[in-house]
Write a protein that binds this ligand. Structure first.
Ligand SMILES: [Zn+2]
Ligand SMILES: [Zn+2]
Length: 404
């Protein structure tokens, strides 16, 4: 359990995570960290099995802690089919069959993989009431310690409550070897936080929503750490990998402390995830979460800048003004790393913004503009600005061979 006293109305925050291990060669510590468990069900996909799963499997087997493993086909989307596969397989116990055991179910689910595999296992863990943990394979998103997972069901992307990881194990050598698109996705998921916290502040002032300043500041600090490190990710500097990995984990922890993804997800996630959903609706494999969200961040930044120039609401201007230096830093970073975009068509871009407003029940700048009959025109104007200032090429052009 990780605990923190606070000055907000909750006074105290805690999460059930017991161990967060971020180090070089962290994989070797897996058996020690999980030594309370003896029937561990390991889930990976084809990619993450090669990268880390194989080694973890043999470590657990040698320690007599492995129940069995399941390798999902890559790319393993967090969809109903894969959740079903994990759920069905959870009861299979071929490696260790102990007739005296109270239950043949595993006593622990270990997700090997940072994105989809983790989200899939979190849902199964929640439904079965079996604790779970994650061995990360790339610093590509912040959902390790999160309380929710966006899952694909009924051709939609729906955010569900899920288990929080008991153990988060990040081997920096593995993260450092991750494909560059995954590193960029991690950056996209982190630059989002400036927008998310600003939205949260606006909602606090306009709707009276609960707000925790300590959590907000922790997320902002983690974001700053990631932005500083991002330019060095391409040359795999261990410090940059460490900063990005710990920043993403801290952001996830803050989601868990808060009990909602509010500190980590605002306008940019609602729009980026709507673009993901639009692909799902058309039967396409959605793009990397952090890449969509990164583009959504530039959309939101320009929306806020425009509103800052045009609004006569002094309180709102003052709030946005606090974040303008952060927006400038994100813009400067983009000139170096050229985060690729996936949506370049104006109609699609605007549709994502308009539909994004109701992606989930959450007050953001999108609702503010909608209530003033400004959302459509802002979406159209922001598209032109974003494409002119922040677009340096599409994801497909930059990474033509990327599949997962
Ligand atoms: Zn608090
Ligand atoms: Zn995210």
């Amino acid at each position: 359990m990780i605990e923190m006293n606070c000055t907000c109305v909750q006074k105290h925050h805690s999460i059930p995570t017991e161990v967060i291990e971020v180090s070089e060669h962290a994989l070797l510590k897996v058996p020690d960290i999980l030594n309370d468990y003896h029937r561990i069900f390991l889930v990976a996909d084809e990619n993450t099995y090669e990268v880390a799963g194989k080694q973890v499997e043999s470590l657990l087997r040698n320690a007599g802690m492995l129940s069995h493993i399941l390798i999902l086909p890559s790319p393993a989307l967090p969809n109903a089919e894969n959740i079903g596969r994990v759920l069905i397989d959870a009861g299979r116990d071929r490696e260790v069959y102990d007739i005296n055991a109270y239950s043949l179910n595993p006593d622990y689910i270990l997700a090997v993989g940072s994105g989809s595999v983790n989200d899939t296992c979190r849902m199964v863990s929640y439904r079965l009431g079996i604790p779970y943990g994650v061995v990360g394979t790339a610093p590509s998103m912040d959902g390790y310690a999160s309380v929710v997972a966006p899952l694909l069901n009924w051709n939609r992307k729906i955010v569900y409550n899920c288990s929080i990881a008991r153990h988060i194990i990040i081997d920096l050598n593995i993260n450092a070897a991750a494909p560059y698109p995954l590193l960029l996705a991690g950056v996209g998921d982190m630059i989002a936080k400036y927008v998310a916290i600003l939205d949260w502040e606006i909602s606090r002032d306009l709707t009276g929503e609960y707000y925790c300043e300590k959590i907000a500041n922790m997320v902002l600090e983690a974001t700053g750490q990631c932005v500083d490190a991002a330019a060095d990710l391409e040359n795999r500097s261990m410090e940059a990998i460490r900063s990005t990995s710990t920043g993403l984990i801290l952001s996830g922890e803050c989601i868990a402390f808060c009990g909602s993804s509010r500190p980590a997800s605002g306008t940019e996630h609602m729009v980026g995830q709507t673009w993901e959903v639009m692909d799902v609706e058309e039967g396409k494999v959605p793009n990397l979460h952090g890449i969509e969200v990164g583009e959504g961040t530039f959309m939101a930044i320009e929306m806020f800048r425009l509103l800052y120039q045009e609004t006569d609401d002094a309180a709102l201007r003052a709030l946005i003004e606090k974040y303008l230096p952060a927006f400038d830093r994100v813009e400067a970073l983009q000139k170096i790393i050229h985060l690729p975009f996936t949506v370049t068509d104006k109609d699609r871009f605007v549709e994502g913004v308009l539909r994004g407003r109701t992606f989930r029940e959450r007050y953001t700048i999108l609702q503010y503009l909608y209530d003033r009959d400004l959302l459509q025109s802002y979406a159209e104007r922001v598209y032109d600005i974003v494409m002119k200032k922040h677009f340096f090429g599409t994801f497909k052009e930059r990474f033509p061979d990327w599949e997962a």
